[in-house]
Design a protein. Sequence first.
Length: 488
Amino acid sequence: MKLVKSLLLGSAAGIAAVSGAQAADLPVRKAAPVEYVRVCTAYGAGFFYIPGTDTCLRISGRVRAEYRWQDSETRVGDTLGWRARARLNLDARTATAYGTLRTFIRYELTRNSGVYGAVQQQASGGVAQNLTVDLNKAFIQFAGITAGRATSFFDFYANDLNWGGLPTGSDTYGNDPVVLAYTASFGAGWSATISLEDPASRRVTGAFFGPLVGPAGVVYPFIPQAHIYAGQRVPEVVANVRVDQAWGSAQLAGAIHQINSSNLIAPNPVGPLAGLPAVIPDTEYGFAISAGLKVNLPMIAPGDVLWLQGTYADGAVNYLGFGNAGTLRQGGQNPLVANLSDAYVAPNGDVDTVKGWNITAALLHYWTPQIRQSVFGTYGQLEVPGFATSAFVVAPGAPAGAPATVFPGSFAADFDYWQIGTNLIWSPVRDLDIGVEVLYRTIDPNRRVIDLTSAPIAPGVGVAAAPVFRTIDKDDAFEARLRIQRDF
């Protein structure tokens, strides 16, 4: 019996050995390597390595809901505004022998209604609303070069703390230019930049007014014209010197702006300007300079900061924060800013520039880590050429060929303007803001002007006759906003 058991155990062992040898001869398929997403700590929180590359990527964004009230000058004008905005950011960075190679993309999708600048469909009784898709930013940075759509290197305080637009020495409407810039870094936070920027983003031109044509086809004398731009010839040339350190930041910036006109002034056969030849205005150049200071105030509360900025412009009013849409009254036509222009064209074809300046201050204070408040304001002045403050018009009912008379206040005026406001924001959880803002604006011309938002009080007689409009000596506006915003 023992012999049989030994034979069976020996046979089993032999079979197992043979089976093992045969199994060792079979091919074995290795598991495919798994590409895990790795955290990238070189550029701050939120970055990760794109699998299979040495490029770090951060995906972030924002959703904003905003509700706005603003008084209206006319019955057809809106007093309410509704906005929903989504933002998506892609920030890709790669370490190279020349420093960090960065590519940044920002898309914004916005649904506006009411006073947020939508087109009013008055004729059909429709609703003022629009949907915009904006490539807000798209630039490459490498070895000191910035190329693409980015914030202008003139800008410093670009409405960082306020929601409603202030004329602050930068483009209030976020119309960032396409730039080609080089920044030299000198260490200890000091840098200097020279930038060529898209001039279209800085052009401001008002409504066009030409000669009046009388009932018998007679051309009456010239009415001052807002400057009309010709094609682009020279880019905006922007330069700055900047320092960023633990205490805060400071910047000096300047810009050169070409004013090349396409206005064609016809001869004046009659009236006080009769005999002037046809003239095509020559090219002029405007400029702007700005100084800004940002001071961190951790001694008051962590996160507190003070901004101060002053700007002067001659023939380049967009650098004061003005755009064609009328910054002082967004969502409703302002009787002065509606015709604001970089320059005006005189009857002899000369281009005369608009000059102005403003100062801005803004303070952010954290009452608690979850509750913060901003207080901000700006004050400034604009001066238009003297000849642009009057227009040559024909009296109502005058016969053909009658001489024109000077009608003061029909076109533009020098004016002061100021704005103040505050907002209060509660952040119950990280990256969620719930806040309200109130803002008051006023514009004060140096004399009475025609209210361009009003209908004529009395119509003129004939094509050349001048209708009579209501005049005003001041324009102001009050607005309030509620904002709910989540960043991620």
